[in-house]
Design a protein around this ligand. Structure first.
Ligand code: SF4
Length: 149
């Protein structure tokens, strides 16, 4: 993240995200799973570093927890995020967990080295500054208020 001081998640989304994580934490405890929460991970590319925080890491998998209004197929960006974390942590298996306020739904994925390479190429392109803005994505971006000036 280049400008964390400008990060602007809506307070409501942040609150719902925290609730989803707390509920999932209770679920893992109930199942007596060993886990680490909000685990900082890094990948050092040639001239920049990608940093992230995996929601939960257990001995067998990584979990990314998302609050959703309705269950739906996980977004491609969520799968890419989970896959990056798998690559950074050297793990083979992970899950996107959707929480709709009442229940969880789990979507399981295996690490894909092809998707990992694609993600790194994507970040290489962004880092080079040689890319075209996809305004459909910019609408959801926390930095659009400075980037699209
Ligand atoms: S506003 Fe668009 S181009 Fe700028 S950082 Fe966000 S997604 Fe990227």
């Amino acid at each position: 993240m280049k400008y964390p001081e400008y990060d602007r998640f809506s307070p409501d989304s942040a609150r719902k995200g925290r609730i989803a994580e707390e509920e999932f934490k209770k679920y893992l405890r109930k199942r007596k799973e060993t886990f680490r929460h909000q685990v900082a991970l890094e990948y050092a590319a040639t001239d920049y570093t990608i940093a992230g925080r995996a929601d939960f890491i257990t001995p067998s998998r990584i979990y990314e927890v998302k609050h959703v209004n309705k269950f739906r197929k996980p977004l491609k960006s969520w799968v890419g995020q989970l896959n990056l974390y798998l690559g950074m942590a050297g793990k083979e298996n992970g899950s996107v967990i959707e929480f709709n306020g009442k229940k969880f739904r789990e979507y399981r994925f295996d690490f894909s080295s092809r998707l990992f390479k694609e993600s790194i190429s994507f970040f290489d392109r962004i880092h080079s500054g040689n890319y075209r803005k996809d305004l459909r994505q910019c609408r959801f971006c926390n930095y659009s208020f400075i980037c699209l000036k």
